[in-house]
Design a binder for this molecule. Sequence first.
Ligand SMILES: Nc1nc2c(ncn2[C@@H]2O[C@H](COP(=O)(O)OP(=O)(O)OP(=O)(O)O)[C@@H](O)[C@H]2O)c(=O)[nH]1
Ligand SMILES: [Mg+2]
Length: 303
Amino acid sequence: MTNKPKADSKKKPTHKSGYVAIVGKPNAGKSTLMNRILGTKLSITTHKPQTTRHQVLGIHSNEHAQLIFLDTPGIINPKYELQKAMMRFVNKAEKDADVVLFIVEAGEDNLPEYAFDSLKHLQKPVILVINKIDLKPKDEVQQLATKIEDMHRFEDTVLISALGGEGIPSLMEAITKYIPEGPPFYPKDELSEHPVRFFVAELIREQIYLQFHQEIPYSATVSIVQYDERDDLDYISADIIVNQKSQKGMLIGKGGKAIKKLGMESRKTIQEFVGRKVFLDLHVKVREKWREKENMVRYLGYN
Ligand SMILES: Nc1nc2c(ncn2[C@@H]2O[C@H](COP(=O)(O)OP(=O)(O)OP(=O)(O)O)[C@@H](O)[C@H]2O)c(=O)[nH]1
Ligand SMILES: [Mg+2]
C-alpha cells in the first residue's frame, strides 16, 4: 500500500465534555464554587446551611471543553420528606457525573461517616476540594487534607478559596483530566437549562433565608404562579408556602412590613438577573406540614 495518509504532524486538539457533581456538607461553599467557575451568580448562596435544595446545573464552556456542573444540596441525614428529596438530588448528581468534587471547608472538625456513604460505591474519580482556605493557616489546612485523605480514596486533592478565587485554575485542570473526549452537549453560549421562573423562585427563597430566622427559611418554599413578559416589565406573581399557620403571620409582619421588605429586596435581585424591570406580587399560603408529605414536596417542585 503506497497511498497511506501522511501522519498529521500537528495533532488536532480534542474536545472534552462531561458532568461534574459538587457535593459536600451544607455550607461548605458548593454553590459559591459553581458561581465562581461560571463567573456569574447562578446558584443562590447564604450563610445558612441547607440553602440549596435542588440540583442546579451550570455550564462552563471554552474552546476545548464543556464542563457541566451539578450543584447539589448539602449532605445531611434526612429527617423529613423534603430532606429525603434533597438527598435524592445528591445521589442522582453523583450517578450522572464523570467526576465528583467532594467539598470540605477548612476548619471542618466534624465530618460524619455518612458523608462518605454514597461515595463508597461510586466507581468514578472523586477529587477532594478543601475550600475557604482564606480562613485558616496553611499548615492547618494541610493537616485537615491529610486527615480526610485517610477517610476515602481520592484521586486528587486541591485547596481553594471559592470566594477569593485562589486555587481555581488548579481545580479546573484537575477536573479536566477526568473528563472524557466528546462533542459539547449544549450550545457553547448556554449557561444553564432551568427556566427563568426557577431562578426567580430561588432568588425569593434566598431573601427568605437572609431576612428570616429560625425555622422560617426551612419551612418555606416559593412557587411562581404567573410570569408575564409585558412590554414595559416582567409581571411575576409568586406564592410563598409555609408549613404552619403561625409562620404566615411572621412572614407578613406587623402591618405587612416584613413581606414588603422581602418583596423589595427580591425584586432588586430578580431585576438584576432578568435585566429588566419587574413587578413582583407576593402571597403567603399555608400548606400544613408540606415538608413531611411526599406528594406535596413533589408537587412543589422537588422531584
Ligand atoms: N471565607 C470564605 N467564605 C466562603 C468561601 N466559600 C463560600 N463561603 C461562604 O460560605 C457560606 C456558604 O456558602 P454556600 O456556597 O451557600 O455553601 P453551600 O455548600 O452551597 O451550602 P448549602 O447549599 O447550604 O449546602 C456563604 O456565606 C459563603 O459566602 C470561601 O472560600 N471563603
Ligand atoms: Mg448551596
